[in-house]
Design a protein around this ligand. Structure first.
Ligand SMILES: Nc1ncnc2c1ncn2[C@@H]1O[C@H](COP(=O)(O)OP(=O)(O)OP(=O)(O)O)[C@@H](O)[C@H]1O
Ligand SMILES: Cc1ncsc1CCO
Ligand SMILES: [Mg+2]
Length: 539
């Protein structure tokens, strides 16, 4: 053993696969290129190979790894690991039980275990520090490397559950690498999202196969991966992210920017909302396009100042929604997500969870039912798309909003008489191993209020149209503007318009018309110093 187990760098963990080598490259040459450019740990994983050949290969790779002072882990084959004196072994849930592995390999060898569930973490915690040194947390996304996957992809949320279980069980010795379907397009996002709820733990690294093994230029591919890991900042929209005091001057500036940039807001929204949403978008100086066509999402996402409102009230097919998220994330354009009726049925919950795992959202907006159930603060199913009617106080709503913002690293908005807005974006920063240190209760949260306006909740799609307004504001602000300010401006503008409309209307029908007029008027006057809505920063 040349390594102190505690000093192992898990950040970029290369797992080999000789079945995917590009022409003219060998396993040896690919691993060498990886090591020269920032791979910190190597696992030899050969599924269909004679023992004699495996040993020969392992000895060769071991020599190479030693040159770079990088540990070599052997997959599955404890006998091979022992025979060559490897630095570690990696075993799966269906392989030899960990206590037996430890007995065979002795105390110094690194033992890695594939883990996907909380109860597996509880088991390793009971074994204590002498057993498992690190876990491969996965499968995060589906992957072609595993031919017959036994587990459904867990998504970043599943990885967060595992990190939480490690914290809850005080397994502080155990390191973690994310595994499964990780590629340059999603690595930053996964690292950004995967933080335990107490803020103390993030993934220690990522493990991957094809992006290095199958790369025509494995050196360049590794360099690129190394950059992503070392970057520590995920700009999921091309905007500055910070949370400052919001003043009427700020509202004015946001409205000015929306006016001059006139964003194109693609709506994938429910049938009830389509017409009104398009009119609201026009009223606030923006251009709507209602489109659920898979083929055009990339083109639309590339338009300057585009934004996507993704409302799952009555939904486009899953593959269309996924493609839209991929496109807007790729172009770093904002997405506002409205998970309408999130917990009304199991089907809706699964659909929304699938989308939440698939990408990064600038803002997640919901009513009290949606936000409470997203935050897992209620197990009660929603009655259709209705807001929560049970007992809740503002403190609980603030907590739920913060939990949603923190969990999804987003700006969360919870609507009702009081609207709550929490910023869980951390300015796009991410951390390896230690996490940001803050938990949901520590993140910025404001509440806005303009008295009780029950009629706002009594017309359909009023929440959906707040979603349109937010999308106009986050799409319309100039690069390097503050996203949180843009969201707050939209919510304050909308509430002010609701108040004004409620004083002018004669009932629900005319309220709708008055709301459009008021939005148009307030937006175009742009005199926020006269707006009646108040904002309070919560501690
Ligand atoms: N009692 C109330 N007082 C003041 N404003 C309210 C009240 N109820 C709702 N609102 C406002 O009405 C808008 C819609 O909020 P609501 O919570 O009803 O959304 P929603 O249920 O998602 O709407 P929908 O699904 O019908 O689109 C928000 O802008 C919110 O601030
Ligand atoms: C009524 C309704 N049903 C699905 S979406 C929607 C609009 C309000 O959320
Ligand atoms: Mg409502």
């Amino acid at each position: 053993m040349v390594f102190n187990k505690n000093d192992v760098d898990y950040s970029l963990y290369l797992v080999t696969d000789s079945s995917m080598l590009p022409e003219g490259k060998s396993l040896y040459s690919q691993v060498k290129a990886g090591l020269e450019n920032g791979v910190t740990l190597v696992q030899l994983r050969e599924k269909d190979i004679e023992t004699k050949d495996f040993i020969r290969e392992a000895v060769e790779i071991q020599k190479l790894c030693r040159e770079f002072n990088v540990p070599l882990i052997i997959n599955d084959r404890i006998d091979v690991a022992l025979a060559i004196g490897a630095d570690g072994v990696h075993v799966g849930q269906d392989d030899m039980p960990i206590p037996m592995v430890r007995k065979l390999v002795g105390p110094d060898m690194i033992i890695g275990w594939s883990v996907g569930f909380r109860h597996e973490v509880e088991t390793l915690a009971q074994w204590g520090p002498g057993m498992v040194d690190y876990i491969g947390v996965g499968t995060i996304f589906s992957t072609l490397t595993k031919k017959n996957p036994k587990k459904a992809p867990m998504g970043p949320q599943g990885a967060i559950d595992v990190l939480n279980a490690l914290e809850d069980n005080k397994a502080d010795w155990c390191r973690t690498v994310g595994i499964g379907g990780l590629h340059p397009v999603n690595i930053e996002r996964v690292l950004y999202q995967c933080v335990s709820s107490n803020g103390k733990r993030a993934l220690d690294g990522i493990s991957l196969v094809s992006d290095i093994m199958a790369a025509p230029d494995a050196g360049a591919a590794t360099k690129n991966l190394r950059c992503l890991l070392d970057n520590r900042s995920y700009k999921f929209v091309n905007l500055g992210l910070k949370c400052e005091t919001v003043l009427s001057q700020t509202y004015k500036e946001v409205v000015n920017q929306v006016t001059s940039n006139r964003p194109l807001v693609q709506h994938m929204t429910n049938k009830v909302h389509q017409n009104f949403g398009a009119n609201v978008t026009l009223a606030v100086g923006s251009s709507p396009i209602m489109s659920e066509v898979k083929e055009e999402v990339h083109e639309l996402a590339q338009i300057p100042h585009s934004a996507l409102l993704l409302n799952t009230g009555s939904v486009a097919p899953l593959d269309v929604l996924r493609e839209a998220i991929t496109a807007y994330n790729k172009e770093k354009r904002p997405i506002v997500f409205d998970p309408v009726g999130y917990s009304a049925t199991e089907t809706r919950k699964l659909l929304n969870d699938t989308l939440l795992s698939h990408g990064q959202f600038t803002c997640i907006k919901g009513n009290t039912s949606e936000i409470l159930s997203l935050a897992k603060l209620t197990k009660e199913k929603m009655k259709g798309v209705d807001a929560f009617t049970g007992q809740i106080d503002n403190e609980m709503i603030a907590q739920a909003t913060r939990v949603v913002a923190y969990t999804y690293k987003t700006i969360a908005v919870c609507t009702g008489e009081y609207d709550f807005i929490a910023d869980g974006t951390f300015g796009g920063r991410y951390y390896l191993s230690s996490g940001p240190g803050l938990s949901a209760k520590d993140i910025p949260c404001v509440t806005i209020h303009n008295g009780s306006i029950p009629i706002m909740g009594e017309i359909t799609a009023s929440g959906c149209s707040l979603g349109s307004t937010i999308a106009c504001c986050v799409g319309g602000v100039a690069p390097e503007s503050n996203l949180f300010d843009a969201v707050v401006t939209a919510v304050v503008l909308y509430k002010t318009a609701g108040k004004l409309a409620s004083t002018r209307c004669q009932g629900n029908g005319s309220f709708n018309v008055q709301l459009l007029d008021a939005l148009y008027q307030l937006f175009h006057e742009n005199s926020p110093e006269k707006w009646s809505t108040s904002l309070e920063r919560l501690s």
